[in-house]
Design a protein around this ligand. Structure first.
Ligand code: ZN
Length: 528
């Protein structure tokens, strides 16, 4: 029995192997973004450091990098925050690039192993995918401070790894604060050590209780050992507690490094501590900031639900009568679609579309939609359609049924909080889906017939030329996370309109009655 226990134990201790990723995923993904912070018109349309109370997301935008390589086997989707302060932005970008580099090293190893496997077996495994996704959230913010949680997940065909880090900044100076800067007294180290130790001991005891030992003596020995290891993992030293993050539920999460893994705990160890248990040692301004953060995330006022109540709403009666447009069965149409936003470029894109009276469809990422709630509201008000592109852009073929549904429903819920309507259709990230994902998602899947490769060729003229060549009936893929794509739009619109082509939403192109759950749509002729 001891042998079995040893094996279990060894498994428990197994330290997460260092991951790797695919090929250099693309040329430097951020070189195109070099002049980002010199484009004030694009960076933010809101005034910097205005007094704000409504939302911790005020003055925060999302910058997203999406890449794929090795015939789509290596996928990268990384978002990081852009704020009113260049120093904060530079640091958060640096963090993102470090994670990307780490992933690339790992991904290259995996790709090399895959190529060897192909040579040896002659088999092509389309499902062997490596991916890295990174997102962020604002865990707390006021005019003086802003706290981020950056979370990343790496996936290599069956093996995955999650990480999360807290970052803290003074907002006016842009200076980064360390975890230790959030406390008034060095005693916090002892307190965190005590709290995390007792939590881990409880967990280890529960795990050891599950193991079938030969004797009580053997069990006691293991308990003793685990206590020692836990003591070693939680020394009253600041280095042990340098990664802490604040949850939306009024908790402080302590993340312990993998080498500190103890029995009954695998991977990175996270311990939750109620803020109350450490509040007396927090800086007064930090304590106040956290106290102001609502445990329930309500970043915007409740919307007025459309179609509620009887009679014609006042706003509708004040609107000019809508011109009857010929349907897409009578005139040539295309549907422009934009994925992965909203981003720092989306407001500019909306300006262009408005100026040219063009309707488009946005497949938004829920987590970015929450941050850019005002942009989502504007899309809706200006006649665009909002589709579901999941909460944080995972490869759905890698997820359980529950997680697939959560990805879709969470996004639906944030969209309906903002505009009062759920999303009518979705687009799976990386176009990665199979019959099972299609069935579990319970939504119509909108793919595309024209792909201008705007993520790869960051050149407005090239992107424009490819889109302009679209036939009538096309669903056109584009990304509003690339400045160059947004810059390509005026000439695209002018040229296609010159050919008499109308820009419509996906639903208009396909006809709403034809959109069926579990079906895929690539172009207008897919309507029934
Ligand atoms: Zn996408």
């Amino acid at each position: 029995m001891i042998k079995a226990a040893l094996i279990i134990f060894a498994l428990m201790l197994a330290v997460v192997p260092s991951l790797s990723s695919c090929q250099p995923i693309r040329p430097d993904p951020v070189e195109h973004e070099a002049n980002l912070f010199h484009e004030p018109g694009l960076a933010t349309t809101r005034s910097p450091v205005a007094p704000f109370h409504l939302s911790k997301y005020d003055n925060v935008s999302v910058y997203t990098i999406e890449e794929s390589d090795n015939d789509g086997r290596s996928l990268l989707h990384v978002s990081y925050p852009v704020t009113e302060h260049g120093a904060i932005n530079a640091r958060m970008k640096e963090v993102a690039l470090e994670f990307i580099d780490e992933y690339r090293v790992a991904s290259e190893e995996i790709e090399a192993a895959y190529q060897e496997y192909r040579r040896d077996t002659g088999r092509v495994e389309a499902t062997l995918v490596t991916s890295y996704r990174q997102h962020f959230d604002v865990s707390a913010a006021d005019t003086n401070m802003i706290f981020f949680v950056v979370s990343g997940s790496r996936y290599v065909g069956g093996w995955s790894d999650e990480q999360a880090y807290g970052y803290f900044f003074e907002r006016r100076s842009g200076l980064e604060m360390l975890a230790s800067d959030l406390f008034v007294d060095y005693l916090y180290v002892q307190r965190l050590s005590d709290l995390t130790r007792s939590a881990l001991e409880k967990r280890a005891r529960a795990a050891i209780a599950e193991i079938d030992f030969d004797s009580d003596a053997a069990r006691s020995k293991w308990l003793e050992l685990s206590e020692k290891w836990i003591r070693d993992a939680t020394p009253p030293a600041p280095e042990a507690f340098d990664n802490i993050l604040f949850g939306e539920d009024g908790t402080l999460r302590v993340r312990l490094d993998v080498y500190q893994v103890v029995p009954g705990l695998e991977g990175v160890v996270e311990v939750e501590v109620a803020i109350d248990e450490i509040a007396d040692l927090l800086r007064a301004d930090v304590r106040q900031l956290l106290a102001r953060m609502s445990p329930v995330d309500v970043p915007f006022p409740q919307p007025v639900l459309k179609g509620q109540g009887a009679g014609t709403p006042l706003s509708q009666s004040l609107q000019p009568p809508v011109e009857e447009q010929p349907s897409c069965l009578e005139v040539p149409c295309v549907a422009l679609t934009f994925d992965d936003g909203p981003s720092i470029y989306t407001e500019r894109l909306l300006d262009i579309l408005k100026e040219h009276d063009v309707r488009a469809t946005f497949f938004v990422v829920g987590q970015s939609a929450r941050i850019h709630a005002a942009t989502i509201r504007r899309m809706d008000e200006e006649g665009h359609q909002i589709g579901n592109h999941t909460w944080n852009h995972p490869n759905l073929t890698e997820l359980s049924d529950e997680l697939i549904q959560e990805q879709i429903q969470r996004t639906d819920s944030i969209i309906s909080q903002i505009i009062g309507e759920t999303t009518p259709h979705m687009r799976p990230p990386y176009a990665a889906y199979n019959d099972h994902v299609l069935a579990v998602s319970g939504m119509p899947f909108i793919l595309w017939s024209v792909d201008p490769l705007d993520w790869r060729d960051r050149d407005p003229e090239i992107v424009a030329a490819r889109i302009i060549a679209s036939p009538a009936g096309a669903i056109i893929l584009a990304h509003d996370i690339h400045r160059t794509t947004v810059e390509a739009m005026p000439s695209i619109v002018a040229s296609l309109k010159g050919k008499g082509i109308r820009f419509v939403t996906v639903t208009e192109l396909l006809g709403p009655q034809t959109l069926e759950s579990g079906h895929t749509y690539f172009r207008q002729s897919d309507r029934e």
